[in-house]
Design a protein. Structure first.
Length: 269
């Protein structure tokens, strides 16, 4: 794993945990996978996920090809969307993603629409509510009828990058959503590495760049990054996603951002 080399001094006036806690591990439900793909009954879960990773770009292409509005008011949400058939496996559902209400964030009238594949969710999310199985239906004009299903997560606005990672398993794309640094600084990350994907990347070096490049009020800019990482972390916890590379990315990003904040707070940049 990467080395935590920078100062662990407490940040002044900021209530941020030093690390992101992980919920107790839970495996996905075999019944949920069987409902979608009955022929996977005897296949180990990890093998199923690796098979999906190998198809990640194909599945991501079909997600991007499904034309739906990015957001809609709940009052205007249809029961289905018609999407054009494409090469590969079309999405099985359109997720209507909404933030769970809280005292700080009351119920929003707007939902985010994310085309998705049932098997990806079933194979990666241990705590996702049961999703009705969808069988492909085609209209006389050739359009596919895809049902809309609700999904409540802690932070709906942060669901898209998490979902994209589950589909394509592209660590570089996830990191671009977490840390605004040049991709070359993270090019040494290796998904699936036994030592951890960031074993050969210097967290202090990335933190130094982040602190120096933060525009305007540096501390406010860095605090905004903690909110993004925290939102994706909370969504992953709520859905029961225990992908090792995902958690390594969240841990590394959190450590880097807090390191940058320490540098700013102590006048190190």
């Amino acid at each position: 794993m990467y080395q935590h080399q920078h100062s662990a001094a407490p940040l002044p006036n900021l209530q941020l945990p030093r690390t992101l806690t992980r919920p107790p591990f839970a495996e996905v439900q075999r019944e949920a996978i069987l409902a979608v793909e009955p022929n996977l009954g005897q296949v180990p879960f990890e093998y199923i996920r690796k098979g999906l990773h190998a198809r990640g770009e194909e599945l991501m292409a079909s997600v991007k090809a499904a034309t739906v509005p990015p957001q809609l008011p709940r009052s205007r949400l249809p029961a289905t969307f018609d999407i054009a058939p494409t090469r590969g496996t079309p999405p099985t559902h359109i997720l209507a993603v909404q933030s769970s209400p809280s005292s700080k964030h009351p119920v929003s009238d707007s939902v985010f629409l994310i085309p998705s594949h049932h098997i990806v969710l079933a194979a990666n999310c241990a705590h996702i509510p049961r999703i009705p199985v969808s069988r492909t239906q085609m209209r006389s004009n050739g359009m596919l009828v895809v049902p809309v299903v609700p999904l409540i997560v802690p932070h709906a606005e942060a669901f898209a990058p998490l979902h994209s990672f589950l589909v394509a398993h592209r660590l570089d794309r996830l990191m671009s959503a977490l840390l605004p640094v040049p991709p070359s600084m993270l090019s040494g990350a290796r998904a699936g590495s036994s030592r951890g994907p960031f074993a050969h990347i210097s967290a202090p070096q990335v933190a130094t760049f982040l602190a120096a490049s933060a525009a305007g009020d540096k501390m406010s800019a860095l605090m905004a990054l903690t909110r993004t990482v925290s939102a994706i972390w909370r969504n992953a916890c709520a859905l029961g996603i225990f992908d090792r590379d995902l958690w390594a990315a969240l841990d590394f990003s959190w450590e880097v951002i807090l390191g940058a904040m320490n540098m700013v707070a102590t006048g190190g940049v």
